[in-house]
Write a protein that binds this ligand. Structure first.
Ligand code: URA
Length: 188
């Protein structure tokens, strides 16, 4: 078994917080285990909870469209969430739940060793970049931490509700494309 398979199997059995009692299944993450770019969302929603894959609902379709716009698709990146189990009624994860789930993301990070991390929405951005990160004010800007570049942008589900932010979100993806070129030395 590869290290990824082992991690996935252990994660799927996680009972570290109460969310596992109300969700259907643990949503571990998908994509290329050698990806240079890691996308992190908030937590699974209803569709993800049923299908076991991140971003498979309407927001996921928008994410796929934005990836396609810069020549990317799911098979070339890795996508996961900061919390792996669906919170009831899609409420924000509690700090205790985020904390309990963090070791899984840390292990995924260690195996992947991404060069660039894109945080989708406030929850992931505040967890990964800075606790007071403002998506509205700071979206699309790259900051380097321990040799890894981080960027926070709008959550796809938020873009479905607030379409006026779509041009800014698309611009963030164009900035991502340029950053991939700069950091990874190629385009997709
Ligand atoms: N929203 C998220 O943050 N993650 C998903 O996987 C789906 C919706």
């Amino acid at each position: 078994m590869t290290a990824w398979e082992e991690l996935r199997e252990t994660c799927l059995k996680c009972q570290a917080c109460q969310l596992r009692q109300t969700c259907t299944q643990v949503v571990f993450g998908v994509g290329d285990p050698n990806a240079e770019v890691l996308f992190i969302g908030e937590a699974p929603g209803a569709n993800e909870d049923l299908q076991g894959e991140p971003f498979v609902g309407r927001g996921g379709k928008l994410l796929d469209d934005m990836l396609a716009m810069i020549g990317l698709d799911r098979s070339r990146i890795y996508i996961t969430n900061s919390v792996k189990c669906r919170p009831p009624q899609n409420r924000d994860p509690l700090p205790t739940e985020s904390e309990a789930c963090m070791p899984w993301l840390r292990e995924q990070f260690k195996l992947l060793q991404p060069k660039i991390v894109v945080c989708l929405g406030r929850i992931a951005s505040q967890r990964m970049i800075r606790t007071d990160f403002s998506v509205t004010k700071e979206h699309g800007t790259f900051v380097q931490k321990n040799g890894v570049w981080f960027m926070g942008t709008f959550h796809p589900a938020a873009l479905l509700r607030q379409a006026q932010n779509k041009p800014a979100a698309f611009a963030d993806f164009v900035a991502l494309r340029d950053k991939i070129h700069e950091v990874c030395g190629h385009t997709y």
